[in-house]
Design a protein around this ligand. Structure first.
Ligand SMILES: Cc1cc2nc3c(=O)[nH]c(=O)nc-3n(C[C@H](O)[C@H](O)[C@H](O)COP(=O)(O)OP(=O)(O)OC[C@H]3O[C@@H](n4cnc5c(N)ncnc54)[C@H](O)[C@@H]3O)c2cc1C
Length: 410
């Protein structure tokens, strides 16, 4: 508690003055939502602050997923946000973005778990599934009775997925036989459905398949151990050993080529921009709160000029990312967001985030490396977002190709 001073003619009266509460929405971005959608965001923020924040550090340290949260999270009715029909809640692209941002503001892993299920797995079926597939899979996924994952990356093929996946799909009548491995797949160690991308040996094109993890013979998952980021998300290495999948599970509503993955990734790369901006917001708010409370030399460290400079630079990064998102989401709403626009959002926001979270860590001094103080988790998690959904370099190559007219992909 600071004090303000009022001087009268013959005495000085000191009044307690509450310090400003940390507010990372400095330009009131959320207020641009219509009232009905704003109430969804407010409800989510309250949920994250009261239910997730108190327990998430424990799960992060233990490298485990908080299954205890699933029943209450389902009640928020957020799975399939932005999708219309099929039991999905609908909502504008701006709401979808602000939900991701506010999930990550409390915990980046929880945002990723949700993003993999809704933004990747459900949205793939929504965008490139057939009508029958949407009717069959989306309602139970919207109710979160079935949780999904999305498997493109392989142990030997990461950034170069466009150049040739090693996982193969071979058709035999009405059945496809899948063989290969997928790596880093979020939710895979425990979820129900996988969207598997595999190269059709007949035409060499990449096709998507819905595979039921728990009942498909030959399907196995090994949890990836010893991560230093996004530890709450369970990532797996999937092995497909002669997995037989009916043709009815092949995604047939798109082009049946690698372009289908790009269509989905355009949305989720943009989504990573929201997620990493939320991550910066969480780190900033916790650092500011600490700076208001931590005393050195008899004063709050937040009263020192050099600390204020760090905090102001962090907030400027956040506002810059939010302003970029404010325009990109308009383009998305108009159906005009391009791959290179989504790529520049991801590249810019993740690179600014690396600065923001490291400044937040710095503000906390030694406590900045302790999970208990709610900044170290954001600091570490930022590294994963910087690299997934296409690395910083890949995003810049996409932008570079669009602005120069030359492809520098090798
Ligand atoms: C926590 C986490 C969760 C993930 N979740 C999923 C998931 O759910 N589903 C999924 O399919 N994948 C997932 N991924 C995989 C992720 O998308 C890949 O890690 C990413 O695409 C990079 O691939 P890579 O790790 O194999 O790196 P590599 O491709 O081996 O790249 C290594 C380095 O080389 C650079 N590089 C590569 N090629 C070039 C080039 N031509 N020019 C310049 N630099 C280059 C890269 O930018 C990077 O810095 C996840 C990854 C992580 C870490």
């Amino acid at each position: 508690m600071s004090t303000s001073t009022i001087t009268t003619s013959n005495q000085e009266i000191r009044h307690p003055k509450p310090l400003p509460a940390p507010n990372s929405d400095f330009f009131e971005f959320a207020e641009t939502l219509p009232a009905e959608e704003l109430s969804v965001v407010k409800k989510l923020r309250a949920y994250m602050e009261t239910k997730v924040a108190p327990i998430i550090n424990k799960y992060w340290v233990e490298d485990s997923f908080p299954f205890e949260l699933l029943p209450s999270f389902k009640e928020l009715n957020l799975a399939g946000l932005g999708m219309h029909g099929y039991g999905c809640p609908g909502g504008s692209p701006l709401l979808v973005g602000l939900v991701a941002m506010n999930l990550a503001r409390t915990d980046t892993s929880f945002c990723t778990f949700y993003g993999v299920h809704s933004g990747l797995a459900m949205n793939t079926i929504y965008l490139v599934g057939t009508e029958e597939q949407k009717q069959k899979w989306l309602p139970p996924m919207a109710r979160m009775e079935k949780i999904g994952c999305w498997a493109l990356t392989e142990p030997l093929v990461g950034s170069g997925t466009g150049g040739g996946l090693l996982t193969t799909a071979k058709r035999e009548g009405d059945t496809w036989i899948l063989n290969g491995q997928k790596r880093w797949i979020g939710n895979a160690p425990w979820c129900d459905l996988s969207i598997i991308w595999a190269r059709d040996v007949a035409d060499n094109q990449v096709k998507g398949f819905i595979v039921e993890n728990k009942t498909t013979p030959g399907f196995s998952v090994e949890k990836i151990q010893n991560k230093i980021a996004l530890k709450v998300v369970q990532n797996g290495q999937i092995t497909l050993n002669d997995c037989r999948v009916p043709d009815a599970n092949r995604l047939q509503g798109g082009t049946g080529t690698f372009r289908d993955t790009k269509l989905v990734l355009r949305g989720t790369r943009h989504g990573s921009g929201w997620e990493i901006t939320g991550t910066q917001m969480g780190a900033y708010e916790n650092a500011l709160k600490y700076a208001q409370e931590r005393l050195q030399f008899g004063k709050p460290i937040g009263s020192f000029q050099l600390i204020q400079e760090l905090l102001a630079k962090m907030l400027a990064n956040i506002v810059a990312c939010q302003c970029m998102l404010a325009r990109s989401v308009q383009l998305e709403t108009e159906g005009k967001l391009t791959d290179s626009q989504a790529a520049i959002v991801k590249a810019f926001c993740t690179s600014k985030a690396r600065e923001t979270v490291s400044w937040a860590r710095e503000v906390l001094g030694g406590n900045g490396i302790l999970v208990d103080y709610n900044v170290a988790r954001f600091f570490a998690d930022t590294e994963a977002i910087y690299s997934y959904e296409g690395t910083f370099q890949m995003q810049n190559l996409i932008v570079g190709k669009a602005i120069t007219g030359f492809s520098a992909f090798v």
